[in-house]
Design a protein around this ligand. Sequence first.
Ligand code: F6R
Length: 235
Amino acid sequence: MRTLYFESYDRMSKYAADMIAAQIRQKPDSVLGLATGSSPLGIYRELIGLYESGQLDFSQVTTFNLDEYCGMDYRNEQSYHYYMQENLFSKINVPASNIHLPDAAAADPDAECLSYERSIEQAGGIDLQLLGIGHDGHIGFNEPDSHFPAITHRTMLAEPTIQANRRFFASQDQVPKEALTMGIGTIMKARKILLIAFGADKEEIVRQAFTGPVVPAVPASVLQLHPDVTVLYGK
Ligand code: F6R
């Protein structure tokens, strides 16, 4: 595991974007695992900049997002589908047919999860998975005490996550309580993992996850067992 400390969010984002760009240049048909939330916004801005200046081509890239809120239509502004369109996909040349997010409005969520997992396998597996980390140590929506080998599945969000997401919704009862998420088993199969965390509020969980024991109570700690993880953090 490589851990790098940054004093600036922008510098951390640029470093991460350069890693993703290097992955795409080395393998133009890379399969990327992507995250939402506030942490990756700077990376997405950098990637858009590289595309606009002709330095990066996404035409053969395939993407799989980590998660989506249950029951959320893709046109809803709070959905992760909408977030990805707004913050990345509509501004680069990744083909729409290469973009994947779990369909959390599917009539049969369990079948959707299995089919999502199968699509990742059929695409050849994830080359580089981008992750943020929740204050409770979640990755994707794998909350504390998640089953380490789990594949894509439907899950309940933990109370701290619901509270952290509250800022994006008009009222408490609009905050989703369930999501479809890649499992820890799905994430651990990625060939490379890049986790980003910025801010004093993430300092303690980063310390627990990457210098403490590997325990289900801190889901991100499992990444210590992965052979190719880079953690970028700072405040
Ligand atoms: C988002 C995701 C979550 C976030 C985590 C951190 O797709 O899977 O695990 O990465 O909640 O969110 P931010 O970056 O908003 O602090």
